[in-house]
Ligand binder design. Sequence first.
Ligand code: NAP
Length: 336
Amino acid sequence: MTIHIGIIGTGMIGEEHARRITLQLTGATITAVTDVDQEQARGVVERLGLAAEVYPDGASLIASEAVDAVMVTSWGPTHEEYVLAAIEAGKPVFCEKPLATTADGCRRIIEAEQAAGKRLVQVGFMRRYDSGYQLMKEAIDTDRLGAPLMVHAAHRNPEVPERYVTPMAIHDTLIHELDTFRWLLDDDYKNAQVVFPRKTRHAHSQVADPQIVMLETVKGVRIDVEVFVNCRYGYDIQCEVVGEEGVARLPEPQSLQFRQSAQRSNEILMDWKKRFADAFSVELQAFIDGAASGTLGGPSSWDGYAAAIAGDVCVRAQESGAIEPILMPERPAFYA
Ligand code: NAP
């Protein structure tokens, strides 16, 4: 069975996903695309040689009989509307993060999905599909580390554009860690605090950089994450889980080791797309397979909601400097 996918938003990641589905993955073909910039959508069809129709808007694409499953890769504030429309149409939908830009928006989605009576949404938290994180998860789940006690993590980007402002360190950057730690530890957050070290001279005026986010989970695990988005040297994701019986560290991406000029060195990636290239492929294949079998798995809209709630509190903590409580509603049995 071939799943016919319609893509809403053919910008940077929409085109990346379209390329992957077309050139690398199996079981799906792209039959429809749309973008507010129709030229952009037509360009993707041409560049990738897709046999896809360009639709005037997301609503007509979702309604089309040529579309079995929907991918939402447009600008964040548009996600809620398209995901709700896909649920209404009873079509599986892959939504890039964020699921919605507000926790209320995410709640409306989980309500609609529950009313539909089956899981229809997979959220684009691709780190869950990264082989390194999966090894860490296995070490925790099989009790190899004993009870996890602490997590030390870092999310570093070489640089960010002028439009990147302080709250985006949470909503755009930390959001991946917020999902990853809940999943790794099988836990929820209890509170958050954000502190600001001395600011790097490489950051523009509208962003406080770096930041350290400290989280406490319900089980009492303490997490510290450095978010440093103008670190210059590379795209660098670090994670170390300290347990009662040992420590697990996220593997570094594979790279050639050089011995040259009296130095030993390894290349560090600059591009996040390369760091998680395999994870994106596994994630999208899982969506295609889930859509084909009618049993979507992976990050759910509840996970998107949980990350949004924690993210909103972290932004409040950026502003207050205080330890801010994170109050998660009870998880419905539907998302158990
Ligand atoms: P982008 O390059 O700006 O692409 C977004 C595209 O959506 C643009 O072509 C934009 O058109 C279009 N668009 C905006 N409003 C629309 C609407 N109402 N209907 C249809 N299309 C619309 O952004 P991006 O970097 O690809 O990011 C897209 C989404 O993916 C964001 O939510 C982002 O957070 C997420 N993302 C996730 C990851 C990850 O690691 N999982 C990485 C990157 C991005 P205009 O440019 O004309 O506005």
